[in-house]
Each structure stands twice: as C-alpha cells, then as structure tokens.
Design a protein around this ligand. Structure first.
Ligand code: NAP
Length: 248
C-alpha cells in the first residue's frame, strides 16, 4: 500500500484521469476526497465508490469555492497529504474566433483553479506532502485551435517550478503529470463537431509513436508514483505519459 493513512484531495475526480486516480489512490490505502462540479457526475461517483470516498461539490475556478472545500476538509480531516490538482477543461477555437470570455474561462479553471487549490491547501500540507498538477502534451507541441488551452497548460508547467521552489524548504514536493492524447470525455467538451473531432484526433493520433490514445488508468499510475514516496527525490518535474508524442 503506497498511500496508507494519507489524506488525498483530487480535483476533477468525477471523470476521466481524476476518477481513475481516485480509485487507484483508494486501492493504495488513501482516504480520498473528490471534487467536481456537475451534480449528476458527483452522484454517480458517490454511488460507484460508496462511503470510502468523500465527494465535494465546487467550482475550482472560484477561489471562494476552493476556500470552502479546503475548510470542509480541514474540519473533517485536519490535514492534506497529497493534492492532485487535476480539474481542467478546454475550448477549441481558431485565432480569429477566440473571445475574451473563452480566454477567461480556460485560465480561470486551468490556471487559477490550480493556483488557488494549492494556495488554499498549503496550510494543511505537512512535510512529506506531495502536490501534483495535470499539465498536457500541449506544453510542447502546437495544435491549431488550441492556443489558449495550450497556454494555460504552459502556465501551470511554469507554476510547478516556481511553487516547487517555494515549497521545497517545507519538504513538500510539487510535480506535474503530462498526459498525451488520453481516452476521456475531455475531447467531447471542446466544442468541436464530431467530424472536426475525428479529424483532429487522427491528425494528432498519427503523430503518436505508440500509435494509440492513452488510457486514463495509465496516467493515474504516473500520478500515483508522484503522490507516493517512490518519487521522493523529485520536485519541479513533469512526468510525461504520452506514447512518445512530445519525446520522439
Ligand atoms: N484527455 C486528454 O487527452 C488530456 C490530455 C492532456 C491533458 N489532459 C488534462 O487532464 C486533466 C483531466 O482531464 P480528463 O481528460 O480526465 O477530462 P474529463 O474526463 O473531462 O475530466 C475533467 C474533470 O475536471 C472537472 N472540472 C472541470 N471544470 C471544473 C471546475 N470548474 N470545477 C471543478 N471541477 C471541474 C470535471 O468535473 P465536472 O464534470 O463536474 O465539470 C471532471 O471531473 C485536465 O486537466 C486536462 O486538461 C487531458
């Protein structure tokens, strides 16, 4: 058991990578708290995972909501050992169609959501704690129509280095897991038609040396490595799990 007696918070734990990570962390002995915002998905996860996880509703793009979540965790559990700041979303749009609202929504969830989760959780984290942020292959490659999503992920990649430096004196590690194309509901929420989605998926998919999408469980295993003491000498790093897309 790699996470025995650990209190683990997973944002975006109701779907895809976060959900698989929450299941794996629980199997490894953690007490898991999941945050999402969609009430149906929260209910479905609570039904699937039962009493062994705590499910909290909150929009991570709102600092006050994040503060309220952390307060609830503080009152019930008193500390956080592992924070997996994974909640994210994207909106596809070519340069000429990008609006200010699209920029705000993506930065609010993907950057501010991560930043404030870390800031508000910081007082509850103790020596030996681990913070993991989900970045993306989009840090490293350019994809048409994904400029803003990619910029949010580059921003959080940078944050992992800066906050890694700030947390190091406290013995708390900060790392990123960087998924490649991964089979989750994420792509269906980009605002693309099915035809556009299929074309984009095959264009990027053809660039993956291992010739397939990743599975959410494969990213979850990397997150487990970063969460546990197996990665005790890593901080400020980004663990790339992308079938070679950005590496070969
Ligand atoms: N799938 C890929 O190909 C891929 C590739 C690279 C990086 N990533 C990153 O991986 C992470 C997880 O994505 P996924 O692929 O697992 O997608 P997903 O299945 O769509 O899951 C996204 C999760 O984030 C939550 N979320 C979104 N906005 C939120 C908000 N404002 N407040 C609280 N929770 C929010 C969702 O909850 P609700 O449903 O309740 O909104 C859901 O639980 C994201 O950061 C994404 O950018 C994914």
């Amino acid at each position: 058991m790699k996470l025995s007696n650990k209190i683990v918070l997973v944002t975006g734990g109701t779907s895809g990578i976060g959900l698989e990570a929450a299941k794996l962390f629980r199997e490894e002995g953690a007490t898991v708290i999941i945050v999402g915002q969609n009430p149906d998905r929260l209910q479905s996860v609570a039904g699937q995972l039962g009493d062994s996880v705590t499910v909290l509703r909150g929009d991570v793009s709102k600092p006050a909501a994040v503060e309220s979540i952390i307060k609830q965790i503080s009152e019930k559990f008193g500390r956080i050992d592992v924070l997996f700041a994974n909640a994210g979303m994207g909106l596809a749009s070519p340069l000429e169609a990008v609006t200010e609202d699209q920029i705000d929504r993506q930065f609010d969830v993907n950057f501010k959501g991560v930043f404030f989760a870390i800031q508000k959780a910081a007082p509850l984290l103790a020596k030996g704690g681990s913070i993991i942020v989900t970045t993306s292959f989009l840090n490293e490659v350019g994809v048409p129509g994904l400029s803003i999503l990619s910029a949010t992920k580059a921003a959080v990649r940078s944050l992992v280095r800066s906050l890694g430096a700030e947390f190091a004196p406290r013995g708390i590690r900060v790392n990123a897991v960087s998924p490649g194309l991964t089979s989750t509901p994420f792509h269906g929420k980009l605002g693309l038609s099915e035809k556009q989605l299929n074309e984009a998926a095959s264009a990027i998919g053809n660039r993956v040396p291992l010739h397939r999408f990743g599975e959410a469980g494969e990213i979850a295993k990397a997150a487990l490595f970063l969460a546990s003491d197996d990665s005790s000498f890593m901080t400020g790093s980004e663990l790339v799990v992308d079938g070679g897309l950005t590496q070969i």
